[in-house]
Every structure is written in C-alpha cells, then in structure tokens.
Design a protein around this ligand. Sequence first.
Ligand SMILES: Cc1cc2nc3c(=O)[nH]c(=O)nc-3n(C[C@H](O)[C@H](O)[C@H](O)COP(=O)(O)OP(=O)(O)OC[C@H]3O[C@@H](n4cnc5c(N)ncnc54)[C@H](O)[C@@H]3O)c2cc1C
Length: 308
Amino acid sequence: MISTQELIRLIKGPIAVAEPLAPYTGLRIGGTADYFIKPRDRADLCRAFGYFRERGLPFFILGRGSRLLVHEEGFRGTVIATHYLDRIVVDGEMVEADAGASIPAIADRAAKASLGGLGRFGRAAGTVGGALCRIDGSPVKEAGECLEWVDVLRNGRVRRLKNGELHASMGTQGIEADVILGAGFRLHKVSGRNRPAAPGHPPDTGAAHSRALSGRVFRDPAPQSGSGPSSAAELLDACGLRGATRGGASFSDGDPNRILNNGAASSEDVLELVRHASEEVRQRFGVVLELGLVLVRNNRNGTHVPFS
Ligand SMILES: Cc1cc2nc3c(=O)[nH]c(=O)nc-3n(C[C@H](O)[C@H](O)[C@H](O)COP(=O)(O)OP(=O)(O)OC[C@H]3O[C@@H](n4cnc5c(N)ncnc54)[C@H](O)[C@@H]3O)c2cc1C
C-alpha cells in the first residue's frame, strides 16, 4: 500500500490524488489515476521509480501522453509524469534535453540556433523519453544518427549510453532502460538555403494544445516487396480510411495514422475504429498492423494491463 506521508517526504515534486488523466493525453480520454506525481528533477524521478518498483506497486511513466489511450475506468495506480524535466540546453553543435522535453521544442531551439541534423526525429510528437523508450524500435534507429548519448536508469543505476553501447541498446524494442532520463544530440551548423525552417512537424499532441489528436496509431510494418503502399499511413489511406469515423473518433484528414477526438469520443469509439482499420488493411493487403498506442486501464488487481 502507498503511504502518502512517506511519498511526500521522499518526492520533492507535487503529488495529486484522484487526478483526471484525460487532460494529460493527446486524445483527451480517460478516467482518474489514484496518484499523480510530477518529479522536480532526474533524482526525484529516479526516487519515485525506485519507490514503486521496489514495492511492486502499479505505476507508469507519462510524457505528453500522445501514445496513450486511457480507459474511462482510469488507472488504479500511480502516474509519474516527466513534465518538469523539460530542460533543453544548446551548447555549440550539441543539444542536450531531459526526458520530458518536447520534441517540437527541441526542433524549435535547434532551428533558432541554425542547427540541422535532427532528421525525422525533429518531426516527431511527444517527449524525448516517450520517443526513445522501448515502445517502438524502428524510430529509435532512425534517431540513431544524431543521438550522441542517452542517459537511462537501468537496474537501479543511472548510466550514460554512448557509441557502441548506445547502438547495441537500440534493439527492435527501442532503447533498453527502465526510465529514459535525457539525451544528447550532435547536430551541425547549417546556413543559407539549408537552414532548417521553424518546425515543420505535425501539430504537437501534448496537453497544452487544444486539438485532441493521438500520436501514431499503428506502427509502420516491416518493408513489403513491390511498390504498393508500405507505411501504416499509406495502407490506411489506400483503404479509404482517411476521415473514417466511429462515434466521436475519426482518423485525421491530414494524417490518416492519427485519431482525432471530435469532442465526445470514448475509448471504445477509438478501439472500434482501430479494429475496423486493422481488419480492412489485413483483408486488402494481408498486412497485420501492430498498435502503436499504449492502452491503459485498471483491472481487478490494479495492474497496468492492455485492454482490447
Ligand atoms: C525518429 C522518430 C520519428 C518519429 N516520428 C513520429 C511521427 O511522425 N508521428 C508520431 O506520432 N510519432 C512519431 N514518433 C514517435 C513519437 O515521437 C513518440 O510516440 C512520442 O515521442 C511519445 O512521446 P510521449 O511523451 O507522448 O509519450 P507518452 O504517450 O506519454 O508515453 C508513451 C510510452 O512511453 C513511456 N514513456 C514516456 N516517457 C518515458 C520515459 N522517460 N522513460 C521510459 N518510458 C517512458 C510511457 O510509459 C508509455 O509507455 C517518432 C519517434 C522517433 C524517434
């Protein structure tokens, strides 16, 4: 059981009880979490992680929530949010960012310092921690060229992964770590026509934005032979799913691999849309799409389990 007094003594950041999660997710859907903690800094984040891990209590780390679909029943556990870990430092051609720094903010700072080289990483949504954690390996590999180091908490130890160790850690399941604490990006000066434009990334889906839009719904499948549609977005588009709607949820007209909450969508609306799209793509192209969204819901044991 959680001792609120003990938590207050241990954690410097604010601790809320019965906090609604919807405002912290891209889709703005979901019930409450029993506890909601915002660690002040890396040490605070590590202490919070250690507290719940050692006691076997249910918890998860939250970035900008662009990948989360939270059930209306909420989460009977603790959410540890990285919102205060948003430091970005530009030093020459190096950009250092803490886990909770938003990628659009990093792209913005890099563009203002005439630094290029973020590549596709600079167009991603969410936070550094959410992008580099073990959820989706292929984008992590895409970030490989500009990543100089990644600080992680692994088996209770803070470590800086660099060079060969960093690349060895980038498996198909992302960077192996319990928590991503921050990352360093080596960029390069660009001038004149090559200067990076102010961020051309898709709209951020973080809580500070008004549009209720998810991050990527499906992961990109392994490359297929032939010249047909290959990315998840192309496959969805080819099935005519751009704009498809279930209840209050629709695939975005702009990027068919994102879902918009039109105002009153439920988690079930989103899941129905997901099931429908998976089936269409499977029938038409024989491709089984993997879900990129992380499903969060309480179960009877209070553990963090997927729902379907
Ligand atoms: C090169 C590249 C290109 C990408 N392109 C796109 C794109 O075009 N469109 C798109 O939608 N997405 C793209 N992504 C993925 C996108 O960046 C991530 O989905 C996003 O960063 C998730 O961040 P978030 O803060 O919203 O995570 P959340 O939705 O808050 O969390 C997602 C998962 O990450 C875990 N997590 C969050 N922070 C941490 C942490 N510090 N340590 C450990 N686990 C953590 C959560 O527990 C949860 O399981 C790309 C990623 C990369 C690397």
